[in-house]
Design a protein around this ligand. Structure first.
Ligand SMILES: Cc1cc2nc3c(=O)[nH]c(=O)nc-3n(C[C@H](O)[C@H](O)[C@H](O)COP(=O)(O)O)c2cc1C
Length: 251
């Protein structure tokens, strides 16, 4: 799977919530495991691990039979681990969509107690996946329900670079991101939440930013540029909080 194939998939992907419950073949699962073993991290110092659950091994807090397979991400809880989780699993979400599989982020589900931790790492988030039993891809950009450019950036001329980022998925489709600064040094911030919303969505919003950074990395890569992610704080618009700085370099 090339970065270009992942990039192209951004423009058609969608969450799939109806699955053929027939388990995928060992060969397909092997392909996913192989791809997932080589993900690019946002922060390579954060330990994480992935675990594949079948419909029979997955026991959820809310009894449900959503998909034949689940991919759980476990991580150490170090600074930036939620953004890292979003950045990592979005690569798998795109890989699945690019290979004809359906997937959906599941923030409101958890495996049962015995799968809450693995190798000393905590359960963070999971993806449901399998053969889709509904349309896999969107037919046009107009099918995406997303904010307009003026609501997500103040950078002049950033439309082409940020279009794939604008289309990124987020929990409850909240799209909490904002991009300021300049085309060669982009400051990424997220909308501040009220106390009530923060207790419900704060964790997810940080994963959402990681997802957006994954799409930004692929967008830069598509333009022959490299992204260097930094966490040195810089000014953000009022009502937003700083999340990351992205320095753009020639490859
Ligand atoms: C961190 C995260 C958690 C999510 N949790 C759920 C969930 O629990 N159930 C669900 O049906 N969709 C969930 N979603 C999917 C979003 O609702 C979806 O990505 C968003 O509405 C945009 O739609 P799209 O993915 O079809 O483009 C989640 C997405 C993210 C990024």
């Amino acid at each position: 799977m090339t970065n270009k194939e992942l990039y192209d998939t951004i423009f058609v992907r969608k969450s799939v919530r109806k699955y053929d419950m027939t388990p995928l073949t060992d060969e397909i699962i092997y392909g996913i495991k192989e791809y997932a073993s080589k993900l690019k991290p946002l922060d390579g110092s954060i330990r994480y691990s992935l675990s594949f659950l079948g419909e029979k091994d997955a026991r959820f807090v809310i009894p449900t039979k959503l998909a034949p397979h689940y991919l759980c991400l476990y991580s150490e809880k170090k600074d930036g681990y939620l953004m890292n989780a979003g950045f990592l699993l979005q690569q798998v979400d795109l890989y699945m969509s690019a290979t004809g599989l359906g997937s959906c982020w599941l923030g409101f589900f958890k495996p049962k107690k015995e799968q809450d931790a693995k190798d000393g790492l905590d359960f963070i988030i999971m993806l449901a996946f399998g053969k889709p039993a509904e349309q896999l891809h969107r037919k046009s950009i107009s099918e995406f329900s997303r904010k307009s450019f003026k609501d997500i950036t103040s950078i002049e001329g950033a439309e082409k670079l940020l279009e794939p980022v604008r289309l990124a998925p987020s929990a409850t489709n909240s799209q909490p991101w904002f991009f300021s600064g300049a085309l060669n040094e982009i400051t990424v911030s997220r909308k501040k939440l009220s106390m009530l919303k923060a207790s419900l969505l704060g964790r997810f919003n940080q994963m959402d930013i990681g997802i957006a950074l994954c799409h930004l990395w692929l967008s830069l890569d598509n333009e022959g540029k490299a992204a260097v992610f930094e966490d040195n704080n810089s000014d953000v618009p009022e009502g937003y909080e700083f999340m990351a700085k992205v320095k753009v370099k020639d490859k």
